[in-house]
Design a protein around this ligand. Sequence first.
Ligand code: SF4
Length: 411
Amino acid sequence: MDRPELLIPAGNLEKLRTAVLYGADAVYTGVEGLSLRAKQAEFTMADLAEGVREAHHQKVKVYAALNIFAQNSDLQLVTARIGDLAEIGVDAVIVSDPGILRIVRKTKPHLPVHLSTQANTTNSEAVRFWKEQGVSRIVLARELNLEEIARIGAEVPQIELELFIHGAMCMTYSGRCFLSAYLTGRSSNRGECTHPCRWEYALTERSRPEEPLILEEDGRYSYILSSKDLRMIQYLPQILTAGVSSLKIEGRMKTVYYVAVVTRTYRWALDAAFKNPDGYRCRPEWLAELDKVSNRGYTTGFYLKNKGNDSINSEQSYRQTHGLAGTVLQYLPTERKILVELRNRLVAGDETELLLPETTIPLESGKMADEQGNLLAEGHNGYRVRFPVEQEVPVGAVLRRRITNVSPDKR
Ligand code: SF4
């Protein structure tokens, strides 16, 4: 059994560095204007060049998403970007559109191409077809179960297969969705999804529009179009048996905090599963970690043959118990302190933890001090503060705080 890579979303250079620090084998990024995510989750070419340089220094691969469905007016930019990406040395481009694939193959035939899940590949013949077009890896459709995936892997062993194992799911088939474009004029197929599947809906009878019928489960609204998030950490040995090359986490729009927690948790679990697949037990503390990042409740999607019918998120838009407090700028060895940039308000007494790649260290927020050493009752976004920490801490390590609200952090 080959060891699959752990592939982490990197919405910007800071998140790329976070993913590398916490144990990614590879990251995937957006490219300005061409990657199915809003601008906040796309790299400039200068940032991407720097990200590739730093990631390669740590032996981490970088894949660049060019997965819009292009219109003719996009093709000039697509061609230019493909040249730029080959020059800065990305390890592969991720495409959905056969036109973009054709341009890559024609202009940069040595640049590996991964086929996005949006191409909706669900069977061995489709895999063979894409292989013949020069694709080296297929991100399989999320609608397959593990048995079908293993069969495809056995029938077409000469191609790499990639699976989503964690993160938000679209209710639509392979994420091909027109809901946002229809309701708001902003198309998810061009990276502008406004997430109307996460809105609350009510049913009205035509002659009584003022009397909406509330669609209710458990005494609350139902988000009938909204899927729970995928979480496959309990089933890693079965996934390893299916013979895939890459395990992908969704979430280029997510926070640095999310990247840190999800990367290290799956790193721990994947290493354990690979070392001893028969003895693998998903540890309760790993599940607890994944409950500490924003989520909509968890599902196993279609992987276990349940047809995804446990997937509707009938509870609330988001759950979130912890959020980003700050990031480490420097470790000060003579003082045994960390210099932290706060990213949210932090009050003395807040439950605060420092996340390291291997472990978690509780911090006393009451010992938060300014750069002159004065204790602070509270700090705010942008403050530079110090905390005592006995051991050396890497730059970019993340601090989290317990929060009480359920709306997600935006950082
Ligand atoms: S509206 Fe929902 S289902 Fe459609 S693309 Fe956006 S997130 Fe996915």
